[in-house]
Design a protein around this ligand. Sequence first.
Ligand SMILES: Nc1nc2c(c(=O)[nH]1)N[C@H]1C(S)=C(S)[C@@H](COP(=O)(O)O)O[C@H]1N2
Ligand SMILES: [Mo]
Length: 337
Amino acid sequence: MLFKFPKASDSKESDITPESLYISRRQLLGATAAGVALSGLPRWASADVAGQYAEVEPGRAPAWFADKLPSTRWQAVTVQGEAITPFKDATHYNNFYEFGTDKGDPAANAGALKTEPWSVVVDGEVEKPGRYALEDFMKPYQLEERIYRLRCVEAWSMVIPWIGFPISALLKQVEPTSKAKYIRFETLQDPKSMPGQRSGFALIDWPYVEGLRLDEAMNPLAIMAVGMYGRELPNQNGAPLRLVVPWKYGFKSVKSIVRISLVSEQPKTTWQSIAANEYGFYANVNPTVDHPRWTQARERRLPSGLFSPNVRETQMFNGYSDEVAALYSGMDLRKNY
Ligand SMILES: Nc1nc2c(c(=O)[nH]1)N[C@H]1C(S)=C(S)[C@@H](COP(=O)(O)O)O[C@H]1N2
Ligand SMILES: [Mo]
């Protein structure tokens, strides 16, 4: 076993509650009893994790986040035997084209993003549409830490300890109608704070859009993240609310979300619109289907340097096959890349 998680195939969809994600009751109790250190960092953490979190730059958490953080279910899902990527790398090697296309641009420019106040629109095929202030939107959700691999289509990878809640919990709140077949996510469009949206070279037709099939969104691994490394999300990582779908290439995990729509047709997504032959709607991590311009069989695990490239084999579904392979049974993954 590479990580601790009940197999999705062990339970019917209706049986899957956030409770089923606990590693063990003992670990859960340990986590909540220890609580959160004054610095805002969890002090329950095992030695190696605490070592990583010690370097975390403290943020300025919004009140709703600070209130919820102490009851977080720490390490609800984790990765065994792979080090967490240092905070510095996870926050200074980013893709967030709204702030520029160089890996350092988001860290340099995303300070201008104003994440408070923030509102989220839920619309489309739902019984309960609405526009919510983020603090109200977040009220129903119990936060969980999810330590996941992140595999970019550009063949680098990290291990990131996210804090968030399952999309299935959101769907339970908004009640999709029988016509809802896909979920569509939209990033903020604000050229004033996002220099990439002002630049003349219009590679992307803003806003950035991503989507999932409804059954993919219901999978317990698919989460909406609001934090990482024991704190709120840094702006360059998609504050204040982003998607994280660990078995898919990173570009599916859309940042700084302002609109969530339930729709009947497969949404037109950003990278698919740019180059449909290179970036598909599914974008499942798959070492056997190469990108037209490079192999996907291997990846550079960050930190990676000239003399220690830290190359590893890419795993099918990024190592989450047991949990997600059933979603694609009968599908040709060469055609549906
Ligand atoms: N809105 C938006 N979301 C985005 C992107 C982007 O450019 N804009 N880049 C994607 C890509 S390609 C990756 S690999 C991940 C990177 O997430 P990270 O910077 O938090 O590691 O964000 C994804 N989400
Ligand atoms: Mo990516």
